[in-house]
Design a protein around this ligand. Structure first.
Ligand code: 9D3
Length: 528
């Protein structure tokens, strides 16, 4: 099993150990999911009296930590290997959830906690890779900031929080502050629990909570609320072609993707069959761009009326979007491009470490297959937009744990004709994220289904001998219901030509997108 190691270089190691041990982090340490190695910098001083500090050259208040003990403590821990080393300092860049996610991908981290007025700059230059602060206020040392960061990073490591859908996917209202919550008793200090929460109407409860979350965010965090509204506007734009865009809408709504490129054009669409129009424009001018925004983050700009490309006849204005979304946690991108220029801009902006790209425009497919990506397969996108939960006939369906890993691998990884790109490590990660469910019959596992890391429903499998009994339907229904509870819109990608699966989805109430979807996989850079 894999263990993430946190080394902490400090003058107060007991503070770190005592601070983290009683928490969930301590439990993860006992289970060897993480390991905490505290090192007392004082143990490495070359000074006979154990001194580690001295006066700053040039004068000034207080003392500085000297380079030698810090350097030797660091070398003792890393043995000269290149290990990501974080100096926690008020002079660092502010710590964020994004930084926590990035650091959670490392196998080993060193935290250096300063004391006194700081540390001799020369040793920092040699060992530090990241300078990080936890905010604009003054503390007495770096131990609490190091503990804050370790806590935030460790809870993102699979297995630390237990086996439920990962901490990151849990909240539907990801971009908003949380709604108020109430527990027993129903009346306390003459204050009654809001009526709607006692109604048992799940949908009404969800709506009420969203409204509360919005109100509270607008009031307490206007900065977050503005971002939320921008994103909602983008989702609304995408919703004009919902069946083709549901994958992007859901990624944004579930808060698991960031916008790397967004270009919204308002287009004067001239229908080919309109005799009033034909002849007035050169054949190749099918539309005129009247507005174009390419700045990511300034995505949701209100539509304006045409300013250029004046058109003599009334025409239909449509909005076309080019968009690049990035799921940092699974190195997966989703992209749509309205034209070649946007496609090229998207290819340009694609992060280098992107392992999988999901596209639904031939332009993008062509461009990216010239750019180190290769088509794995083509898919039909299907979505379920009803709000009603589906009936689950087969009752023996449970979330999978690692004890079921060999079963899933046997049927999914080693069975040549399965989905390309699915491998042992991926299956393990999905199980640990709580994203896989198994069907059981006659006292053993007979099938499974899961939610892919970028959010689509898939990985459906039922053993031959148990097919035709509604087990596959029940597996799917179970995941659909789970998603509906979270306020998600379930969607999936069906391998083109897998008519059996398509039929099953249709029977459950899913319907198809018009576009074809391609999954593009990164080819090795040196093999091109
Ligand atoms: C006289 C200059 N001081 C800066 C206001 C020096 C100083 C103050 C506090 C040097 C170290 C500290 C201790 N704080 C940290 O080590 C620290 C910290 C913090 O104080 N606030 C927010 N994030 C961090 S990360 C490390």
């Amino acid at each position: 099993m894999h263990t993430t190691i946190f080394h902490v270089l400090t003058l107060f190691p007991e503070m770190i150990v005592q601070g983290l041990s009683p928490s969930i982090i301590g439990r993860a340490w006992e289970k060897n999911i993480i390991s905490l190695n505290t090192v007392n910098i004082r143990d490495y001083t070359a000074d006979r009296h154990g001194k580690v500090d001295d006066y700053p050259y040039g004068g000034g208040a207080g003392m500085l930590m000297q380079a030698q003990p810090v350097y030797d403590a660091h070398t003792a821990v890393t043995g000269g290997r290149k290990v990501r080393t974080i100096y926690v300092t008020p002079q660092g860049t502010p710590f964020t959830q994004a930084k926590a996610q990035e650091l959670a991908l490392e196998d080993e981290l060193v935290f250096l906690c300063g004391h006194y007025e700081g540390i001799d700059e020369r040793v920092l230059e040699e060992i530090v890779t990241d300078y990080i602060s936890i905010g604009d206020y003054v503390l007495t040392g770096g131990e609490l900031p190091a503990m804050v960061m370790i806590d935030a990073i460790a809870r993102l490591i699979p297995g630390v929080l237990g086996n439920d859908i990962s901490a990151e996917e849990e909240s539907f209202y990801n971009d908003l502050l949380e709604y108020p919550q109430y527990s027993r008793p129903e009346v306390w200090h003459e204050k009654k629990v809001p009526e709607i929460l006692l109604s048992g109407n799940h949908r009404k409860v969800t709506e009420w909570r969203l409204e509360q979350a919005k109100q509270r965010t607008a009031e307490r965090r206007p900065d977050l609320y503005e971002k939320y509204q921008e994103k909602q506007l983008l989702i609304q734009r995408l919703a004009r072609h919902k069946r083709n865009n549901i994958h992007m809408m859901e990624s944004l709504a579930r808060g698991c993707a960031e916008v790397l490129y967004c270009d919204i054009m308002t287009v004067n669409h001239l229908s080919a069959g309109n005799p009033a129009v034909s002849g007035q424009y050169p054949a190749e001018v099918k539309h005129s761009v009247t507005e174009k925004h390419s700045e990511s983050g300034k995505s949701a700009v209100p539509e304006k009326f045409p300013t250029k490309g004046k058109c003599p006849v009334p025409e239909k204005r449509i909005t076309e979007i080019s968009l690049l979304l990035y799921h940092r946690s699974c190195k997966t991108c989703m992209a749509i491009a309205a034209d070649i220029a946007s496609g090229e801009a998207i290819a340009e902006k694609l992060p280098e470490d992107t392992e999988l790209v999901i596209v639904s425009d031939p332009v993008l497919k062509e461009l990216l297959t010239q750019h180190h990506y290769r088509v794995m397969d083509s898919y039909i996108q299907m979505l379920y937009t009803r709000k009603e939960p589906l009936p689950v006939r087969h009752k023996d369906i449970y979330p999978l744990t690692m004890e079921h890993f060999p079963y899933v691998c046997r049927w999914y990884c080693n069975d040549g004709k399965s989905v390309p790109g699915i491998n042992d490590a991926y299956v393990r990660e999905r199980i640990q994220a709580g994203a896989m469910y198994g069907a059981f019959a006659e006292g053993r596992q007979v099938g499974f289904v899961g939610i892919h890391s970028e959010g689509s429903l898939g990985m459906l499998f039922v053993e031959g001998a148990f097919r035709g009994q509604g087990i596959a339907s029940s597996l799917e229904a179970c995941v659909v219901n789970r998603m509906l509870e979270k306020g998600w819109t379930p969607y999936g990608h069906i391998s083109a030509g897998n008519t059996a699966s398509e039929k099953l989805q249709e029977k459950l109430g899913f319907y198809k997108a018009e576009k074809t979807f391609w999954w593009l996989e990164k080819t090795l850079a040196n093999s091109t």
